[in-house]
Write a protein that binds this ligand. Structure first.
Ligand SMILES: C[S@@+](CC[C@H](N)C(=O)[O-])C[C@H]1O[C@@H](n2cnc3c(N)ncnc32)[C@H](O)[C@@H]1O
Length: 301
């Protein structure tokens, strides 16, 4: 399932059954947020702030990482081959598997994620690799280093509103070396914003003790046509062969549905000189209305 957006649980705001053992839950100090601690959306229309919105999503268990990396690796390395230096920062790195792969291949690699629980998971599994907790748009506060390449994979992008996007792209202008490559992948929101696509494919993954985890992800409209509400719902199918699906968590999250054209314009406005567009990390062309993902590969002057 790897790079398929069917496994990209994007953002989290509330959870149920917070204390039950659950393969989706992280082990970090913020891994059991309760619904009543969820911040509400501010009136200006920007996404709701969150302390650790991703704390209880265990991407390590949700994604078949070795399959995903094998599938994505040829395209990633091909696109990053022109980077002026073998150094990479992964923005919104989640459990850090891309960072680790680059580091093990000899790149200087840093993973950044605003979720302390995600970074704790990454550090636990890759203790020799560099990770920082913090918002990607505050890159300049998180590292003094400059990089040959930057990645933002797996639908981390729609977490950024317009001001945060400008902040990130301005930070990358400095954080990337001349000729540096910025590769970003997210779900194509055009049909979701238009209301013609209401859900991502259901995904079923192994849970613990023979159980299975089922993910249902539905989109609902927002009054602002640039935004959409994402409703990831987690169910568990117990191994007993008798019990029906059990609701484990349900979330309602506001996402900025960046389109390929909007992002291309913003990248150009921030000094990226070439922006190539693809429909996925397999390098397929982007076909509006057909591609599940948007991938942009932008080069800094
Ligand atoms: C769907 S996961 C993707 C993880 C990984 N990049 C992948 O491809 O599987 C999105 C990640 O982005 C992180 N994230 C969201 N907004 C962020 C921000 N503003 N700064 C840093 N990380 C952010 C979340 O904490 C989460 O771990």
């Amino acid at each position: 399932m790897g790079c398929s957006p069917s496994l990209f649980l994007m953002e989290d705001s509330t959870s149920r059954h917070g204390s039950s053992p659950d393969p989706l839950r992280g082990t970090g100090p913020t891994s059991n947020p309760s619904p009543d601690t969820t911040p509400s959306a501010p009136p200006d229309g920007s996404p709701a702030p969150s302390t650790d919105a991703y704390g209880d999503i265990r991407y390590r268990g949700l994604i078949a990482w070795s399959n995903r990396l094998e599938r994505e690796w040829p395209f990633l390395t091909q696109q990053l081959a022109s980077a002026p230096e073998r150094s990479v920062v992964d923005l919104g790195c989640g459990p850090g598997e891309h960072v680790a792969r680059f580091a093990y291949e000899g790149w200087r690699a840093l993973g950044i994620d605003r979720s302390p629980a995600q970074i704790e998971d990454a550090r636990t599994h890759h203790p020799t690799i560099a990770f920082e907790v913090g918002p990607m748009e505050e890159l300049a506060n998180l590292t003094d280093a400059r990089f040959g390449a930057a990645l933002c994979l797996g639908n981390a992008l729609p977490s950024l509103d317009d001001a945060q996007m400008d902040q990130l792209l301005a930070a990358l202008s400095n954080g990337l070396l001349p000729g540096g490559v910025f590769l970003v992948q997210w779900i194509d929101y055009a049909p979701i914003l238009a209301g013609t696509k209401r859900a991502l494919p259901v995904a079923v993954r192994p849970g613990t003790d023979g159980s299975e985890i089922v993910f249902i992800r539905v989109y609902a409209p927002d009054p602002d046509p640039r935004f959409v509400h994402f409703l990831p719902t987690t169910l568990e199918l117990p191994a007993d062969g008798e019990t029906s699906l059990q609701l484990k968590s349900g979330h309602r999250i506001r996402h900025r549905g960046w389109t390929a054209d909007e992002m291309t314009s913003r990248l150009r406005a921030h000094g990226f000189v070439s922006v190539d567009q693809y429909g996925g990390l397999d390098g397929a062309p982007h076909e509006p209305g057909r591609s599940q993902d948007v991938v942009l590969v932008a080069k800094k002057a």
